[in-house]
Ligand binder design. Sequence first.
Ligand code: SF4
Length: 333
Amino acid sequence: MNTVDIIKKSQDGIALNRKELLYLLDLTPDSEDSYIVMAEARRISKALSGNCAEIHGQFALNISPCTCNCLFCSFAKVNGIFTEDVMLQPEEAVAYARQFERSGVNALYVMVTAHYPAGRFIEISQEVRRDLKPETVMIANVGDQTPEGARRIKDAGYTGVYHALRLREGLETKLDPEKRRESIRNFQEAGLIVGTCVEPVGPEQSNEEIAELIEFTASINPAFSGAARRISIPGTEMAQRGMINELRMAQIVAVTRLGMPTTVMGNCTHEPCTLGAAAGANLFWAELGANPRDVEKRTEEGRGDTAERCRTLFQESGWDVWDGPSRYYSQQP
Ligand code: SF4
């Protein structure tokens, strides 16, 4: 087995198996072969999206110390970053949504922590929906859902959801991995298109774990997959484990692209960076308000990137940016 043979197999439309994904993940990130993999991933993303990347914008409806206690998340109660509940008023949510719409994002994500009241989420979502242009694509980023909950989200005007089975789900989160998978099925059965990602990648995770998750994301035929590194939340136990660098993240983004079927147009990385875009990422997220990787209540004053910044990073990496509603979220579930 070698890199060229694996790329040839991918070009012949044959899904890569676990051993092949592992071979690519095992390459030294700055080796010649790893750059060959990144170039191939870029070629695939460019061909599938016509060299037009997308920028999606996310804002959160609330801040809350969350008892699901995902150790990588700044909302996790155990991390002690946020100790009080804060909920946006409907008019504040509308203002954020309009700000993103004006900035030209291709899809707009509304995020809540896992125990946010479902009825309030639907009501504010409907209000936001009414205030946006009909063609603006709305995506929900919410906790696990029953079939009924998923249908209500669809009926509130959402095109899709972001939902991920995270690395070490159930071990370093208090969530049941099977519930995460079940929710993804519920969303898809309700007619919602699912975007996902291999995340949050830290230096301690094995290539076996990463390859397994790449295979899972491929199995659900998402709007996009991709890879995101874990961002250290200062003062937490996880912060002591460190972070992978952008080059290693770019390598994983590229391998993830090669692990997806060509029905998957999007390949995301977070946080936005030129190395990721050069290695085949054609989706970045801009952020406003609270952000699970930030200790600031308003991430625009912290880690969050604006749509303009994402556009610049893509342009610096040789990408054009799509103007209009997301194409990734226009595929049939
Ligand atoms: S990732 Fe979501 S479910 Fe987990 S602690 Fe953060 S807000 Fe709660």
